[in-house]
Every structure is written in structure tokens, then in C-alpha cells.
Design a protein around this ligand. Structure first.
Ligand code: UDP
Ligand code: MG
Length: 327
């Protein structure tokens, strides 16, 4: 399935010489108390005199009143275009849906909790106007993050750099994409996506703007420790097959280890002083057992990725409008 052909709305023809249209893509999940003022604040901060704005607020299946709040905001400001999922599909799916529905000549993806300062948008657009295809806002300061979060990010980006050969340190989903890049991204056949890595991997002519992560202006982060771990494993396995290859190296190491132990045991047997061998056997079982399970686990992760991709299910389902009861 191609997401672009599946869900992209036809882009209306605009008059020649009209101002460029910029789409702001904002994924939101359970941000009821802050979403309405935030959407208005984003539009206000992003405004400029040489472009027009639309804001696609993607409600990622929120369980609170986020969708109603977005609808109210849209009544007040017609530049806001709401989009809702039937359930929570995750931020990556929300970004994808927002881009698929964007009609702009360029789009800026940013969080709905004002942690990505919208004041930077005019600067990003000025760089786009100069001819760049991608403008990335890069974290200069990770804001008020706990020690464990910082360590986790460090470990993840280190592994990612080694396995996927991409340095994503400081990168975020706060990015401007030219229409060319949006269409290319939508045409990717992958279902599981890692937005910031795919854009980095494509290496379009780009610029970076440093920013400091602002405080969340209400609510809490949606990332628990387990979901972060899942996120890390999924993204590494979808960007690199190196762990799979490491399995065979692990096999070689254990084979070598086994050969040494085997030779030692044979020599001792011929010399008539065979060990009673309890510790050796114990160690061998533990080491071989865990090496085999670890390898199977790694292969299993790739198999799961393959299974998910091959099923070909759409990455999200849009919530249909409320229907009147049929007579
Ligand atoms: N978000 C989303 N779907 C999710 C989780 C988060 O659309 O399943 C949105 C969330 O509403 C916010 C942005 O993604 O606008 C970043 O999420 P969050 O603030 O929880 O992440 P953090 O800033 O802590 O990395
Ligand atoms: Mg946040």
C-alpha cells in the first residue's frame, strides 16, 4: 500500500502568484487541558507576511476531550483542520497522517505541548525560501530531563549511530519539509516509520537551527520506560540488520570457545585425568543456553518486523464523521 495514494487529499489548484501555503502538522494525544490555547499560540507565533498557514491537528485517538477541544479551536480559526484516529496509533502514525493531508508547499512538524518553540517557524521558513529542502531544529539543550532519560537517550543514540550509521544526537521531530520531501516520504512503502531518521537518511539539502526544549505547558510526557525500550528496539531493528549478522558472529565465538574446551577435555581424558566436569558442564549449559535464546530473540524481532510489514495493514485509521441514525 502506498500511503500517498491511499489517503492524500487532492491538492486544490491555487492561483498563480498566490502566497505559498505552509502546513503545520501537530500530533496530539490526551492533551485536552492545553491543546486549544496551544494551537492558537502556535498559529500566532508562526505567522508571517509572505505565506499563509494551515494547521493540521491530528488527534491520535485521545481518550479525553482533546478532539472536542480541537473542534472548538477550528470553529474559531478556520486555518485549523482537525483529523482524528479511531484509536491511538502512535506519534509516528499521526505525523504520517498529518503530512498525507497537508496541502502546503512546505510543512512544519511540531509537538502540541509547546516544547518545540513555534517562534522558530518564521526562521525555518526563511531558510526554506532560500532554497533548502529540509530545515531541522536540533536540541541544544535537552531541557529538564531526568538522569535516567538522559542516559537512555545517550545509549539509544550511541547504538543507533553504530548500527544504522546515522548520528541522530539532538535530533527531534521538529522539522520543516519541502513539498518534494513530503511527497517522497509519503511514497515510502514502509509501515513502521522513524520520521527523524528517515529524513536524516535521505540527506536532502538541509540546514539546522539549534533550539532549547521548552517546558511542557501542562500534562506529562507519554513516554514510560517500557515504551521507550520498545521504541528503541523497533527503531534499531527497522534501520539496521547488523544485530542479525551479529548472531552469526556470536555463533563463531561460542564455536571457538567450544573447540578449546573440547580439546582440553580430550587431552585430559588421554592423560587419564579427566575432570569430574560438573562446573564445566554447568557453565557450558548456561552460556550456550543464553547465547541460543538471545540469538533466537534477535531473529524473532526481525521476523516480527517482517510479519508486520508483510501484513500490509494501514498505519492508521481515520475516524469517520458522526452519522445520523438511519430510518
Ligand atoms: N503524541 C501523539 N501520540 C502518542 C504520544 C504522543 O500524538 O501516542 C504527541 C503528544 O501529544 C505531543 C507529542 O506527540 O504533542 C510529543 O509527545 P510527548 O510530549 O509525550 O513526548 P516528549 O516531548 O516527552 O518526548
Ligand atoms: Mg513533549
Amino acid at each position: 500500500m502506498n500511503v500517498a495514494t491511499n489517503s492524500m487529499l487532492a491538492r486544490p489548484d491555487r492561483e498563480a502568484g498566490a502566497m505559498p501555503l505552509i502546513s503545520l502538522v501537530v500530533p496530539v494525544f490526551n492533551e485536552g487541558p492545553i491543546v486549544r490555547p496551544n494551537l492558537h499560540a502556535i498559529l500566532e507565533a508562526a505567522a508571517g507576511d509572505w505565506y499563509a498557514l494551515e494547521l493540521i491537528a491530528v488527534d491520535d485517538g485521545s481518550a479525553d476531550n482533546t478532539a472536542e477541544e480541537i473542534a472548538q479551536a477550528a470553529q474559531k480559526d478556520e486555518r485549523i483542520r482537525p483529523l482524528s484516529f479511531t484509536r491511538n496509533f502512535g506519534k509516528e502514525a499521526a505525523i504520517l497522517a498529518g503530512l498525507a493531508h497537508a496541502q502546503g508547499d512546505a510543512a512544519v512538524v511540531l509537538d502540541g505541548d509547546l516544547q518545540h518553540p513555534p517562534e522558530l517557524i518564521p526562521d525555518m521558513l526563511a531558510l526554506w525560501r532560500q532554497g533548502l529542502y529540509v530545515v531541522e531544529a536540533v536540541k541544544q539543550d535537552r531541557g529538564n530531563e531526568s538522569v535516567s532519560q538522559g542516559l537512555f537517550a545517550h545509549a539509544f543514540y550511541g547504538l543507533f549511530r553504530r548500527f544504522a550509521k546515522l548520528d541522530l544526537r539532538g535530533h527531534s521531530d521538529f522539522k520543516l519539509l519541502d513539498r518534494e520531501v513530503i511527497d517522497a516520504y509519503l511514497a515510502f512503502p514502509e509501515r513502521h516509520r522513524f520520521f527523524r531518521a528517515i529524513i536524516g537518511w535521505a540527506q536532502y539539502p538541509s540546514a539546522q537551527i539549534p533550539f532549547t526544549v521548552a517546558e511542557r505547558n501542562g500534562g506529562t510526557t507519554h513516554w514510560g520506560k517500557l515504551s521507550l525500550l520498545r521504541y528503541a528496539i523497533n527503531n534499531i531493528t527497522s534501520f539496521s540488520s547488523l544485530p542479525l549478522k551479529l548472531v552469526s558472529y556470536l555463533g563463531l565465538v561460542t564455536l571457538l570457545f567450544g573447540a578449546i574446551i573440547g580439546i582440553v577435555s580430550l587431552v585430559q581424558k588421554f592423560n587419564g585425568k579427566a575432570l569430574d566436569g560438573f562446573t564445566t558442564v554447568n557453565l557450558l549449559i548456561v552460556i550456550m543456553g543464553s547465547a541460543i535464546l538471545l540469538s533466537l530473540g534477535i531473529i524473532g524481532h526481525y521476523l516480527a518486523r517482517l510479519y508486520d510489514e508483510i501484513k500490509g495493514r494501514p498505519p492508521y485509521v481515520i475516524k469517520p464523521p458522526k452519522r445520523q441514525p438511519r430510518k
